[in-house]
Design a binder for this molecule. Structure first.
Ligand SMILES: [Zn+2]
Length: 254
C-alpha cells in the first residue's frame, strides 16, 4: 500500500518535471532539472529521471567523509600540467574552467588528460567530519573514457593570489561564458605536498555515474574569506551531502 503510493508519487514527480519545461534554467537545456535544495534537491535526484537512478541506487557514490583511511604506500601522482587560456563558464550548477589540451596526470601507469576544473561551496568531501570552505575538482579522462578526479580542499586563511586571474573573471550569471586572453596554470592552484586519499566513487552531480577514481589531496590550499565568499555568492551552496562508504576501502598515503 505504502509502496504503491510512493511509486505513484514518484511517477507524478517525473511527469511534472517533464511537463514544466519552464522550470529548466538556460544551462539545463540538455537534461532534466536538478538542484541543491527543494523538490529537485540531492535526496530526490535518483527520482527526477531514470538517467539519474545511480544517485539513489548506487553503492559507490561520492562524496564521502574521509575518515578511518587505511595507510598505504600509494603510487606518486605525476602532475603534467601545462598552461591554458582561460575559458570559464557558469553552467547554473558550478563555475567551470574548460582546460586546453596537453595537460594530464599519470598515476599507477595510466595517463588521464585534464579536461576541466570547477568549484563547490562548501566542500563536498569532509575530513573526519570537518567541512572546508570550498573544494576544487580537477576532472581528468583517459583514452578509455575513464575518469579520475583530483579534489583540492580549500581552507579559509590567507588570500591566494594564484586564483586572482580566475576570480577576476568569474561569470556571475547562469549560462554566462567567458573566453579571456589570459594564461592560467592548474599546477599553481594545487598544494605542493602530494599525499592523497583515494577510493572508487562517482560523479557528485546527476547522473552520479560510478567508476570514478577519486584522489583527494591531503593538504588543503588557502583562500581568504573574501575569496571564498565571492564564489559562494555566485553559486550559493552547491555541495552534495556525504554518501555511505558501504563496502569500499578508503586508502591514504603513508
Ligand atoms: Zn565537482
Amino acid at each position: 500500500m505504502m509502496v504503491s503510493a510512493r511509486k505513484v508519487l514518484i511517477s507524478a514527480v517525473v511527469a511534472l518535471g517533464l511537463s514544466f519545461p519552464a522550470c529548466l534554467t538556460a544551462a539545463d537545456k540538455h537534461g532534466p532539472h536538478w538542484a541543491y535544495e527543494g523538490e529537485h534537491g540531492p535526496e530526490h535526484w535518483g527520482h527526477v529521471s531514470k538517467e539519474f537512478q545511480a544517485c539513489s541506487e548506487g553503492k559507490t557514490q561520492s562524496p564521502i567523509d574521509l575518515s578511518n583511511a587505511a595507510p598505504e604506500a600509494l603510487p606518486k601522482i605525476e602532475f603534467r600540467y601545462d598552461s591554458s587560456r582561460l575559458n570559464i563558464v557558469n553552467n547554473g550548477h558550478t563555475v567551470q574552467v574548460n582546460y586546453d589540451g596537453g595537460s594530464s596526470i599519470a598515476v599507477d601507469g595510466s595517463e588521464y588528460k585534464l579536461v576541466q576544473f570547477h568549484f563547490h561551496t562548501p566542500s563536498e568531501h569532509t575530513v573526519d567530519g570537518k567541512s572546508y570552505g570550498n573544494e576544487m575538482h580537477l576532472v581528468h579522462k583517459n583514452d578509455k573514457g575513464q575518469l579520475a578526479v583530483v579534489g583540492v580542499l580549500v581552507e579559509e586563511g590567507d588570500e591566494n593570489k594564484a586564483y586572482s586571474t580566475i576570480w577576476s573573471n568569474l561569470p556571475a550569471k547562469a549560462g554566462e561564458e567567458r573566453s579571456v586572453e589570459a594564461s592560467i596554470n592548474a599546477g599553481e592552484l594545487i598544494p605542493s605536498e602530494s599525499g592523497y586519499f583515494t577510493y572508487a566513487g562517482s560523479l557528485t552531480t546527476p547522473p552520479c555515474s560510478e567508476s570514478v577514481k577519486w584522489i583527494v589531496l591531503k593538504s588543503p590550499v588557502q583562500m581568504s574569506a573574501a575569496q571564498i565568499k565571492e564564489i559562494r555568492d555566485i553559486m550559493n551552496k552547491n555541495n552534495r551531502p556525504v554518501q555511505p562508504l558501504n563496502e569500499r576501502v578508503l586508502k591514504v598515503s603513508q
